[in-house]
Design a protein around this ligand. Structure first.
Ligand code: HEC
Length: 169
């Protein structure tokens, strides 16, 4: 496959990766073999894995990425209903796009006032450590026999940032 085609294929693998690759595009004047090695390295590092974190009391005080999340991205993840299918069980009544969520779990309106960011983070990362036996999935826990969590560390942080904005019921 010519280097150009391979680049296009890799680029199709995901928007996140595409952004990184786009910034690499300027480097395509480099030797093709070197460029290819670089692309493979980038693709490898994009494989999501569970990152280490520390539970303190009833929360995870530290950001999983070391940075604050982006609330707008977090909201967009819920709207998309992809891996972050919170709407299967929760609604955000005050948000037109999220009001039609399910009612197995409580509405999330006001959760940003009721819970600290640390408590929100643990709830989304591994709800089985908050309350056992419920239906809420652990979104950042390695499944049996695998290491790919449902949501990446940065998706978790974006969702925590979004939930923190939900101050009123
Ligand atoms: C399959 C159903 C289901 C899905 C999917 C689900 N949840 Fe939940 N969630 C629940 C239930 C049920 C509870 C309440 C459990 C309890 O209190 O024991 C809950 C509790 C919570 C709480 C704690 C609320 C509080 O007031 O204490 C938060 C925060 C939360 N969910 C956020 C989310 C987010 C964010 C997502 C998506 C990334 C999500 N949930 C996906 C069922 C679900």
């Amino acid at each position: 496959m010519p280097a150009g085609r391979r680049f296009a294929t890799l680029q199709a693998r995901g928007g996140r990766l595409a952004a990184t690759l786009a910034s690499l595009k300027t480097g395509l004047t480099m030797k093709p073999t070197l460029t290819l090695a670089l692309l493979i390295a980038v693709a490898g590092s994009a494989v999501a894995q569970v990152v280490p974190y520390k539970v303190v009391g009833d929360g995870i005080p530290q950001s999983l990425t070391g940075k604050p999340g982006n609330a707008a991205n977090g909201r967009a993840l819920l709207v998309k209903r992809d891996a972050a299918n919170c709407l299967q069980c929760h609604a955000v009544k005050k948000d037109r796009d999220l009001a039609a969520g399910g009612d197995r779990g409580p509405a999330l309106d006001g959760v940003g006032a009721a819970l600290t960011p640390a408590q929100l983070r643990l709830s989304v990362v591994d709800f089985s450590r908050v309350a056992q036996g419920g239906p809420m999935p652990s979104f950042h826990k390695a499944p049996a026999g695998g290491d790919k969590p449902i949501l990446t560390a940065s998706e978790i942080e974006d969702i925590v940032a979004y939930l923190s904005t939900l101050k009123s019921r």
